[in-house]
Design a protein around this ligand. Structure first.
Ligand code: GCO
Ligand code: MG
Length: 410
C-alpha cells in the first residue's frame, strides 16, 4: 500500500490547527496532528517543503522505517518543529494501518488495558470564590479530577486563568492562551506573591471539596528549584495528584533538589520532544508523570518508547491535552492511554463547537472518563469544506515581565 498523496491542511476554527492528510493508492486516508501553538507555519513549511516530497511512493505500512528515515536523514535532530512534523506523519500512518486492519488503533497497540481513561479538567478563577464555582461547574460536567489555577492578588491576567469571568456556559473552553493578535500579549508575574497565595487557595479548595477529589496544579516553569521545593512542601497537606512544570524544563538536574525536599508528586515534559529530554529524570526517578503530547514528541511511535522506559521506574503517563492539541492529536493520545499499562491520567480541555464541526470525532467523555471509540483507525475525520471556511490567523502565546521589566518564563 503506497502513499499517493500528502496534503497539509491549516484551519483556524477556534484556533490554528495543522493537519497532515495522507492518501494511499488503495484509497485509505490517515490524519496526523502537527500543531505547534504560536509557531504553526514553521511546521507547515517543514512538511510541505521537506517531508511531503519524500513520502510519495513510500510503503504506508512501514511506520518505524519511515520514522527513522525522517529523523535520521534530516541530520538535524529533535526540536519542536521537526518532532511535530514527524509526529504528523507517524500518527497518519498509524491511522491508515488501523483502518486497513479494520480495527480501532488501540487494538494494534496491544488492546485495552482498562475500560476508560480518567481525565482532568481545567478549573480556574481570578478569585478563590470564582475558582470554587469553576470546580463545581467542572464536576457538573462529569470531571472527577481537577486542575486548579488561580489569580494572585496584585497581578493582572496570569497563566491558566481566563481574563473573562468564568461561568457554566463558557466553562468548556474558557481558557485559550494563544491570542489572535499581531504581537504577544504581555502579562505580569511575581513569584513571591504567588508562593504566598497558592497554599491558601488549596486550603479553601480542600475545605469545600473534601479529601477525595484529585487536584492538580501547573507551575508553568516559573520557579527556581528552591522556590519549587518550598511550594511542594507547603502543598503537601493538600495531597496533590501532581505539581506540574515547577521549574524550567531544560534543566533536568533542577528536579533533584525539588525531589529531595517534597513528597508532592511531580509531572513534567509538555515542552520536551524526545526520550533524551527525559533520560536523567526517569532513570533517577525524579518525576512521577510524563507530560509529553503525542503531537510534540514524534508521534505514537516515539511517545510509546518514552512511556515504556518510564514504566520500568514506576513513572506513569499524563499526556498533554490542551486545546492546542487538535482532536486528531487527542484521539492519538486516547488510543495510547487505553493500551499502555502505566497510564496515569489524561488532560482534557474540550474543543469549541466550530472545531468539532471541522473534526468529526468518535471519542466520548462519560462520568469523567474518556474513550476513543470503536471506529477503525483513530476515529477522527476532517471535513475539508468546513476547514476551508477558517483560514490561518496570526496568533501568539503571551509572555511575562516582572515588575522591573525583566522578561520571565511564562
Ligand atoms: C497545559 C499547558 C498548556 C500550555 C499550552 C501552550 O498544561 O495544558 O501548560 O496550557 O500552556 O499548551 O501551548
Ligand atoms: Mg502545563
Amino acid at each position: 500500500m503506497l502513499i499517493e498523496k500528502a496534503e497539509v491542511i491549516v484551519t483556524s476554527p477556534d484556533r490554528n490547527f495543522v493537519t497532515l492528510k495522507l492518501t494511499t493508492d488503495s484509497g485509505i486516508t490517515g490524519l496526523g496532528d502537527g500543531t505547534l501553538n504560536g509557531r504553526e507555519l514553521s511546521v507547515v513549511s517543514y512538511l510541505n517543503d521537506h517531508v511531503v516530497p519524500l513520502l510519495i511512493g513510500r510503503d504506508a505500512h512501514r511506520i518505524e522505517d519511515t520514522w527513522q528515515f525522517l529523523y535520521r536523514s534530516a541530520y538535524w535532530r529533535r526540536g519542536p518543529v521537526t518532532m511535530a512534523a514527524i509526529a504528523a506523519v507517524d500518527v497518519a500512518l498509524w491511522d491508515i494501518k488501523a483502518k486497513a486492519a479494520g480495527m480501532p488503533l488501540y487494538q494494534l497497540l496491544g488492546g485495552a488495558s482498562r475500560t476508560g481513561i480518567l481525565a482532568y479538567g481545567h478549573a480556574s478563577g481570578a478569585s478563590t470564590d470564582e475558582l470554587l464555582d469553576s470546580i463545581r461547574a467542572h464536576q457538573e460536567q462529569g470531571f472527577q479530577a481537577i486542575r486548579v489555577q488561580s489569580g494572585v492578588p496584585g497581578l493582572r491576567a496570569i497563566y491558566g486563568v481566563s481574563a473573562a469571568k468564568t461561568d457554566a456556559a463558557v466553562v468548556e473552553h474558557h481558557y485559550e492562551p494563544a491570542q489572535r493578535a499581531a504581537r504577544p500579549v504581555e502579562e505580569d508575574w511575581d513569584t513571591r506573591a504567588y508562593l504566598r497565595h497558592l497554599p491558601t487557595v488549596f486550603e479553601a479548595v480542600r475545605h469545600h471539596f473534601g479529601p477525595e477529589l484529585p487536584l492538580l496544579h501547573d507551575g508553568h516553569h516559573r520557579m527556581t528549584p528552591v522556590q519549587a521545593a518550598r511550594l511542594g512542601k507547603e502543598l503537601e497537606p493538600y495531597d496533590l495528584f501532581w505539581l506540574e512544570d515547577c521549574t524550567p524544563a531544560e534543566n533536568q538536574e533542577a528536579l533533584r533538589l525539588v525531589r529531595q525536599h517534597t513528597t508532592t508528586p511531580l509531572a513534567i515534559g509538555e515542552v520536551f520532544n524526545s526520550v533524551w529530554d527525559y533520560r536523567q529524570i526517569i532513570a533517577e526517578q525524579l518525576i512521577d508523570y510524563v507530560r509529553s503530547s503525542v503531537t510534540h514528541t514524534g508521534g505514537i511511535s516515539h511517545l510509546r518508547k518514552i512511556l515504556d522506559f518510564a514504566a520500568q521506574y514506576q513513572i506513569k503517563s499524563g499526556i498533554h491535552g490542551p486545546t492546542d492539541i487538535s482532536p486528531v492529536g487527542m484521539a492519538a493520545a486516547l488510543h495510547l492511554d487505553l493500551a499502555i499499562h502505566n497510564f496515569g491520567i489524561q488532560e482534557y480541555m474540550p474543543h469549541g463547537e466550530r472545531t468539532n464541526r471541522v473534526f468529526e470525532q468518535s471519542f466520548t467523555f462519560t462520568d469523567g472518563y474518556l474513550h476513543p471509540g470503536e471506529r477503525p483507525g483513530l476515529g477522527v475525520e476532517l471535513d475539508v469544506d468546513q476547514a476551508s471556511r477558517y483560514p490561518y490567523q496570526t496568533a501568539y502565546l503571551p509572555f511575562n515581565r516582572l515588575k522591573d521589566g525583566t522578561v520571565h518564563d511564562w
